[in-house]
Design a protein around this ligand. Structure first.
Ligand code: CTP
Length: 297
């Protein structure tokens, strides 16, 4: 008699503030270490106590994490550090096999490792942090775009940047140089796009829904519209406008995230089946594109 193997359940926690494709990539890697991924989203109070106030509140952060296609379950109000009690709860109630975090040091205000207990009992696994993106970096890009617009340098921007960088020390040390440039440090590779993509195209006769937009700084409102759009058919094709198109329509300081970054955020969303990386502005042409795509599949 063959015994049915129990699925391996892995746990990743985090703040997931101003959710970006680096977070999505962490969730993707975590999911690949098991069969089911449970994500703990840290409460607002715990974030405030450990690294300063988050930009996005818990309910928005919950929506963002829940919308990522590699996530199976979401726990709200997770603690910032894995305490003895919470670790027991993860093992006994949630049947968690491994606790996972990125390879960046995650220190508590007192300088101790937030994952020390999990490491001690041998239930900790690590994934590679994604280079070139962080909430601090995104805030830097946003502040720079405001600063470019206003006359002169506003001291409040620097203090806001400093305040936000609290708890992101290893990245903010060179923050001076970083925040002066709007050039993304992200290098898109074909492999990354494949990793984020769904393997299946639209089936024969599928009703393909097309929606286009900038999808800059992918947020809970974007998730909601993609969910609604997906509900109108069988397959959702999302057209992401080029950086030039976005600039032409929203001003020279937009987009904050470049075309490839915006495409990855949309691709990570469970409601998007496929993206056009650099979609044309005109809707009539868009529709033709969509139909061509369906023939292509
Ligand atoms: N993470 C990652 N790559 C990034 C940013 C975050 O792999 N560029 C991972 C972290 O290592 C962690 C998870 O995403 O396992 C959740 O991260 P979070 O708690 O939100 O914290 P930060 O590391 O502070 O992310 P950021 O600086 O972007 O706010």
């Amino acid at each position: 008699k063959k015994k049915k193997k129990r699925p391996i359940r892995v746990y990743m926690d985090g703040c997931f503030d101003m959710m970006h494709y680096g977070h999505c990539n962490a969730l993707r890697q975590a999911r690949a270490l098991g069969d089911q991924l449970v994500v703990g989203v840290v409460s607002d109070a715990e974030i405030i106590a450990n690294k300063g106030p988050p930009v996005t509140p818990l309910h928005e952060r919950m929506i963002m994490v829940g919308a990522v296609k590699w996530v199976d379950e979401v726990i709200s109000d997770a603690p910032y550090a894995i305490t003895e009690d919470f670790m027991r709860k993860l093992f006994d109630e949630y049947n968690i096999d491994y606790i996972i975090h990125g390879d960046d040091p995650c220190l508590l205000p007192d300088g101790t490792d937030a994952y020390a207990l999990a490491k001690k009992v041998g239930r900790y696994k690590q994934i590679k942090r994604t280079e070139g993106v962080s909430s601090t970096d995104i805030v830097g890009r946003m502040l720079l775009c405001v600063r470019e617009r206003s006359t002169g340098d506003s001291p409040s921007h620097a203090s806001l940047q400093r305040q936000f960088s609290h708890g992101h020390s290893q990245k903010s040390e060179d923050g001076g140089a970083r925040s002066e440039t709007r050039v993304s440090h992200f290098l898109p590779t074909s492999r990354r796009i494949v990793q984020f993509s769904n393997s299946k195209g639209a089936g024969p006769g599928a009703r393909i829904v097309y929606i286009d937009g900038a999808f800059d700084l992918f947020h809970a409102g974007h998730v909601e519209i993609l969910r609604l759009a997906r509900g109108l058919g069988d397959f959702l094709l999302v057209g992401i406008h080029t950086d030039q198109t976005v600039s032409a329509n929203r001003g020279v300081h937009r987009p904050i995230m470049n075309l490839h970054e915006r495409s990855l955020s949309v691709l990570a969303c469970r409601y998007a089946d496929e993206v056009i990386i650099g979609a044309p502005w005109e809707v009539s042409k868009d529709m033709k594109y969509a139909r061509m795509d369906s023939v292509y599949y």
